[in-house]
Design a protein around this ligand. Structure first.
Ligand SMILES: NC(=O)C1=CN([C@@H]2O[C@H](COP(=O)(O)OP(=O)(O)OC[C@H]3O[C@@H](n4cnc5c(N)ncnc54)[C@H](O)[C@@H]3O)[C@@H](O)[C@H]2O)C=CC1
Ligand SMILES: O=C(O)[C@@H]1CCC=N1
Length: 272
């Protein structure tokens, strides 16, 4: 664990995802806040990093020069500009990890000097609560040890899986974007109860707890979702009637379509 204590970590981009990952990794005591630095053109997002003891700068070059592990946490359309401006400071000692949706390892490697250690990761917002779901993919220059180091570093942020790059875009649809799909379902659940006369704030609290409880049970009970659904469903009871309405509304097909559309959009972003 000494390796993590000493690791100098930088984030280029100070937005929601950089904050989520920084917050997650700092919740374990293995990373030292003063070893972490974050950059962005505007200082608007700096206070929430400064509160954690993380250094802030407007200079992406400074992040690269002061870090061994650099997370690229800007929107996909800024990736090439950012890498063009910092590439001369990137050395074989660096590990560069992009979380930009769609941007391929091939593109990243083309934008950097040859033979460097480049990786992709696709996180999701609950990383900030240590309940994220991440998939990592290693570029040709990334060793198994580096993959293991990153997995170890990120494990306080939640589930960390390693897989081929070909799965990253599907993971973006399933989980990176999937979080937002769940929020739409949460809103709709609460809207239903409000329609039936429940106060809005109470309906939202109960919807959130319902999704949390269902998720924990699904993750920890070791049962297929269809089995858990059957356990809720009394023959001739309320759930069977509600599920029929969901099926008539096309929830299942719409959800498959949503994951597919987000995956295809990630692929499209990668082609630009
Ligand atoms: N928000 C999410 O739930 C997820 C986001 N991602 C990916 O994470 C990346 C970041 O997304 P968010 O944090 O949501 O975006 P964001 O808009 O919240 O943050 C982007 C940050 O980059 C900074 N920035 C813009 N131009 C820059 C430049 N030239 N140099 C340095 N910093 C610059 C912005 O000031 C901002 O702080 C994206 O590539 C996105 O695809 C991946 C998974 C989930
Ligand atoms: O919407 C997006 O493009 C990013 C990637 C996954 C979640 N947010």
């Amino acid at each position: 664990m000494d390796e993590l204590h000493q690791l100098k970590i930088g984030f280029i981009g100070a937005g929601n995802m950089a904050f989520g990952i920084a917050q997650g990794i700092l919740k374990s005591d293995e990373v030292v806040p003063s070893n972490v630095i974050v950059s962005a053109p505007s200082k608007n997002n700096f206070p929430r990093f400064q509160v954690m003891g993380v250094a802030v700068t407007h200079s992406n070059e400074e992040v690269v020069q002061r870090s061994r592990l650099v997370f690229l946490a800007v929107k996909p359309h800024f990736v090439s500009t950012v890498l063009n401006s910092v590439s001369k400071h990137v050395t074989p000692q660096h590990i560069l990890v992009s979380m930009a949706a769609g941007i391929t390892l091939e593109t990243l490697e083309q934008l950097l000097p040859g033979g460097l250690c480049v990786m992709r990761m696709m996180p999701n917002l609950p990383c900030m609560l240590q309940e994220g779901a991440m998939l990592l993919a290693c570029g040709a220059g990334a060793s198994q040890e580096t993959g293991a180091l990153l997995k170890n570093l990120l494990s306080p942020c939640g589930l960390v899986e390693v897989g081929p790059e070909a799965w990253i875009d599907a993971h973006t649809g399933l989980s990176g974007s999937g979080v937002a799909f769940v929020y739409v379902f949460a809103e709709a659940l609460a809207d239903g109860a409000v329609k039936m006369g429940m106060p809005c704030a109470l309906a939202q609290r109960i919807a959130a707890q319902t999704i949390l409880g269902a998720g924990l049970l699904l993750r920890d009970a070791g049962k297929h979702p269809a089995q858990l659904r059957a356990e809720v469903c009394t023959p001739g009871g309320t759930t069977a009637y509600g599920l029929h309405a969901l099926e008539k509304g096309g929830l299942r097909a719409a959800t498959v379509d949503a994951v597919e559309a987000a995956t295809e959009r990630a692929r499209e972003l990668g082609r630009k």
